[in-house]
Write a protein that binds this ligand. Structure first.
Ligand SMILES: [Zn+2]
Ligand SMILES: [Zn+2]
Length: 128
């Protein structure tokens, strides 16, 4: 984060993403940032998100919900589960067996350096 100037506006965006636990879209982040900084422009927020992603301060996730990227302020490696009914996305803090990466390497010929698994299902609230 020290590689670029963390202006108050960028800091406000970073703060919102870090505090969020629901993996918000850019639009949701815009609305939340505006609660504290009403005058901030759409382009400023979107550019800040791009910058923060480029510098590894936050992560951009594409979770198969028709193009709208989600943002994640949790820097630790983790997986995600997405509700197929309401679209809610939750963190899954498990480590996959090492054998999964070895099997992927054997099947593809790649040297696997990371993985990103998305589980799908129905959340507890939607099951009720
Ligand atoms: Zn749900
Ligand atoms: Zn996450």
């Amino acid at each position: 984060v020290s590689l670029f100037r963390l202006t108050p506006q960028r800091e406000a965006v970073l703060d919102v993403v870090r505090r969020a636990t629901d993996h918000p879209t850019a639009l949701q982040i815009l609305n939340r940032v505006r609660q504290g900084t009403p005058s901030i422009g759409v382009a400023t927020v979107y550019r800040a998100l791009d910058l923060l992603v480029a510098h590894g301060a936050i992560k951009e996730l594409t979770l198969g919900d028709r193009g709208s990227a989600r943002y994640d302020g949790n820097p630790k490696p983790h997986q995600h589960v997405r509700c197929t009914r309401c679209g809610r996305v939750a963190d899954v803090s498990i480590e996959l067996p090492r054998a999964a990466a070895s099997a992927a390497e054997a099947a593809s010929g790649f040297t696997v350096t990371s993985y990103d698994v998305q589980f799908s299902g129905v959340c507890a609230e939607c099951t009720r």
